[in-house]
Design a protein around this ligand. Structure first.
Ligand SMILES: [Zn+2]
Length: 152
């Protein structure tokens, strides 16, 4: 069993070996949606779970704040991921340019002087491309899905 580091465990006890089933220490109600659901129960966040009838107001407010902060943290993570995807697109555009240049240079005499250097950079590009292919694919899939959802 992993460590119970979540703040929610201050307010609930596991029922048996099932981490999803947690009994509220304040009102003895058993919630079945894991530790997050128990926190919602005590924080009086409605929708998913019945509100705790015994939780003091201070505790409810504190947990609500806690849950909102972790939601903000998740949104920040998502933003950061989007920024990464944008920069990968920029880089892949750059790599495409380099490819076009080097293939035309290989056709003339001067090309041989730089052949070794070019070979290396082409290898690097290939590795980069391979590494990026997956993330790019994911980004495009996401874009595709968003477009579909917008009904365009
Ligand atoms: Zn309760």
């Amino acid at each position: 069993m992993g460590p119970k580091t979540d703040i929610g465990w201050d307010f609930g006890d596991m029922v048996g070996e099932n981490r999803k089933k947690i009994k509220c220490k304040l009102c003895q109600v058993v919630t079945t949606g894991g530790i997050t659901r128990l926190k919602q129960h005590i924080a009086h966040i409605s929708g998913e779970v019945e509100a705790c009838k015994k939780a003091p107001k201070g505790i409810s407010v504190m947990l609500r704040k806690y849950l909102q902060e972790s939601k903000t943290a998740r949104e920040l993570m998502k933003k950061r991921k989007e920024t990464t995807i944008m920069s990968i697109r920029e880089e892949s555009r750059h790599i495409h340019d380099v490819d076009t240049e080097s293939s035309s240079e290989n056709d003339d005499e001067q090309g041989s002087r730089y052949a070794n250097k070019e070979y290396l950079s082409q290898m690097e590009n290939k590795q980069l491309r391979n590494a990026m292919r997956e993330s790019r694919k994911q980004a495009f899939d996401e874009e595709e899905r968003m477009r579909y959802n917008d009904g365009i």
